[in-house]
Write a protein that binds this ligand. Structure first.
Ligand SMILES: *Cc1c(COP(=O)(O)O)cnc(C)c1O
Length: 405
């Protein structure tokens, strides 16, 4: 079972509200925020929330007091950050490409805009410089070094479209960075400060001559700072050493680290399919494909409170007193299966299951595939007696219909 939750601080499945629902524990968010605020203070850097990973603005008031701002990947996210995170804090934007119309609008909200290519900067420079607001401009570089093995999450493959490679930057001549005052790289995914250390070494070896032309550098996302076992002291040391050596402002824009181990999906078992060929299958009213897509995309098997994952030894004999089930979902996609688990009791129709670690890349990434009900968005505060739960949003037929024509 997950070492973070030997027992749950709150019975997330007990709420008197229909399933499925996402439930975010505001006390657990504050725990992560205190860690990140501490990093900012000790390392002298700015930590932004990448909205791509988590943009559930109903709980932004638990986050914005601790953070330097947000990192958006689109006009919509930039506007959301401006309107619901904070108008006073930094709104950074990076996108692989911008349209002219998008850039005109972005200039109303962003105070840092990162370009993916020198050509885009040349095309859109006039808009940024004449918008009447002070905007700092950055360029994404591609260090051509990443320790991410899964190709779909690796921005440094030879076919990558992300960032300017050293060769292209050198080809652009001595004035390549004219008007640009920051650099940005993003090469990591769910990794530790050891990976940052090795990555930064490559970035410095390749791009050091350009550091004196800029004022700031953004170390991107993928830093799993709040995870158990992450070496925070090393992160602080890396940033302090870098700042001392180059005199640049340092910022980072992780997404999931802000909310790991803070959220759950609660679903109800609608049926138990007896399977003569093996393990009985539960049908849950939530869906991996529609509500927790990374389960299938990564892929991985999430923890379920009170259950144990059967990961390797699927055919091993069951321990005495354990009940084994495949947890499947209520869509018609055959592969919409969460995984195989053992429980210490038989599971019946009507039982609720609580899936762990479901804040990141869920609410911001879900769909109504199959017309399936979107989970409500609920929060609670396990530091408060009774849990102080709030239903932020329920979804209905109109939400489904309005996106379709
Ligand atoms: C996805 C992404 C992030 C956030 O990544 P996490 O893995 O959620 O920390 C930050 N910056 C950029 C450019 C990204 O594409």
């Amino acid at each position: 079972m997950n070492p973070i939750f030997p027992y749950p601080p709150f019975d997330y499945a007990s709420l008197d509200t229909p399933t499925p629902y996402y439930i975010i524990d505001r006390a657990l968010i504050r725990r992560n925020m205190r860690i990140l605020a501490d990093v900012q203070e000790q390392a002298g850097c700015r930590v932004l929330l990448a909205l791509k990973a988590f943009s559930t603005w109903g709980v932004f008031d638990e986050m914005s007091p601790y953070l330097a701002g947000v990192a958006a990947s689109s006009l919509n996210e930039a506007r959301l950050g401006y309107e619901h995170f904070s108008k006073e804090k930094d709104i950074h934007v990076y996108s692989p490409a911008y349209s002219l119309d998008e850039m005109r609008e972005l200039c109303k909200y962003a105070n840092h805009i990162v370009f993916n290519s020198l050509q885009q900067w040349k095309m859109l420079r006039g808009v940024v410089e004449n918008c009447g607001r002070e905007i700092r401009v950055g360029l994404r570089i591609n260090p051509e070094y990443s320790e991410v093995s899964h190709a779909i999450y690796n921005p440094c493959t030879t076919r990558s479209r992300f960032g300017v490679r050293l060769e292209n930057l050198l080809d652009a001549g001595p004035d390549a960075l004219d008007g640009i005052d920051g650099l940005h790289f993003h090469t990591m995914c769910q990794q530790g400060s050891d990976v940052l250390q090795r990555t930064l070494q490559v970035v410095c070896e390749r791009f050091e001559p350009f550091f004196e032309k800029v004022k700031w550098i953004n170390f991107g996302g993928g830093h799993h700072i709040t995870r158990m076992g992450y070496d925070i002291q090393r992160l602080i040391r890396i940033i302090k050493d870098f700042r001392a050596k180059y005199g640049l402002e340092v910022m980072m824009e992780p997404g999931e680290t802000h909310v790991i181990h803070t959220g759950f999906v609660v679903g109800t078992v609608l049926d138990v399919i007896e399977n003569p060929n093996g393990v009985d299958v539960l049908i849950l009213d939530a869906s991996a494909a529609a509500h927790m897509p990374d389960i299938l995309e990564m892929p991985y098997t999430p923890e379920i409170l009170g259950a144990r994952r059967v990961v390797d030894d699927c055919d091993a004999p069951l321990d005495e007193g354990l009940f084994k089930y495949i947890v499947g979902c209520k869509t018609c996609l055959s592969g919409d299966v969460i995984g195989e688990y053992t429980f210490s009791r038989p599971i019946k129709v009507g039982d609720r299951l609580t899936l762990e670690d479901m804040s990141q890349y869920t609410t911001c990434k879900n769909t109504t595939f199959n017309g399936i009900q979107l989970p409500s968005i609920v929060s609670c505060d396990s530091d408060v007696d009774g849990g102080a739960f709030r239903v932020h949003r329920r979804f209905d037929y109109q939400d489904f219909k309005n996106r379709l024509s």
